[in-house]
Design a protein around this ligand. Structure first.
Ligand SMILES: CC(C)(COP(=O)(O)OP(=O)(O)OC[C@H]1O[C@@H](n2cnc3c(N)ncnc32)[C@H](O)[C@@H]1OP(=O)(O)O)[C@@H](O)C(=O)NCCC(=O)NCCS
Length: 220
């Protein structure tokens, strides 16, 4: 029986390569030398990534000799994260959460499974967050928010206080969402996409794609 604790980053793309060093540092700080290993898991790529890590398929990861195994989902699409999560469940691989050492979570915040908080991201106080959440670098969610499942915050996305975000919402790089009010949250409907740099000043309809300042539905 091996004593290896195996950690996987599911997704060997750009985001996965940003998550890998965070996971490796976590493992190095939590387990003695020689008792842990980090690998990429990617059903498309093979061989190695970054020249330093091997890439396994999920099937290989599930069967590799290990004392324990856990995987972090590292793709930017919430829909794809759900598909990967379902594959992990089917294969019996546990999905882990990961918080960068300098990310901050303040008081009374709850997360569903598998949240990834990148460096300099923050969730402040009294906020509820669903499954498979992802906050990229410098993104934040402030106080008294309700955030659905599979929500993705791109780098520097700013969700201010008293905002309700539906399932499968994508908030683009540097977007700003105006605070709602106590008892009257500003609402971003499910599956909406907030474009890079948008300034959202009022409710966003489910499925809308909004851009600009003030943010308006994109005309296609
Ligand atoms: C809003 C968005 C989803 C639209 O994507 P798209 O449908 O592929 O749009 P296109 O690139 O075809 O652009 C269509 C038009 O909208 C404009 N546009 C695109 N994104 C815009 C934005 N964020 N703000 C203002 N205008 C934007 C384009 O300039 C183009 O204008 P034109 O028709 O006058 O030339 C996308 O541009 C975006 O902002 N995505 C977020 C990306 C991000 O933050 N990624 C983070 C990776 S970690």
């Amino acid at each position: 029986m091996t004593n290896t604790n195996l950690f996987g980053v599911y997704g060997a793309g750009g985001f996965g390569r940003e998550v890998m060093p965070i996971l490796s540092r976590f493992a190095a700080q939590s387990y003695p030398i020689g008792t842990w290993r980090t690998v990429f898991v990617d059903d498309a790529a093979a061989g190695d990534a970054n020249g330093q890590y091997s890439v396994m398929t999920l099937g290989e990861f599930a069967k590799a000799e290990a004392q324990s195994r856990e995987i972090v989902l590292a793709v930017g699409s919430g829909e794809l994260r759900q598909k990967l999560a379902d594959k992990c469940t089917d294969t019996g691989v546990a999905i882990g959460a990961l918080t960068a050492p300098n990310a901050m979570v303040l008081d009374n915040v709850t997360f569903g499974q598998g949240a990834v908080l990148c460096p300099f991201s923050m969730v402040t106080s009294d906020t509820v967050i669903g499954d498979l959440f992802q906050a990229n670098i410098y993104a934040y969610v402030a106080h008294d928010c309700i955030v659905g499942d599979r929500v993705t915050l791109a780098p520097g996305a700013k969700v201010n206080g008293n905002v309700e975000i539906g399932d499968d919402v994508y908030v683009g790089t540097g977007a700003l969402i105006r605070p709602g009010q106590p008892g009257n949250r500003l609402k971003i409907g499910a599956k909406a996409v907030i474009g890079m740099g948008a300034v959202v000043t009022s409710n966003v309809e489910p499925g809308a794609v909004v851009v600009g300042n003030p943010a308006k539905a994109m005309v296609r």
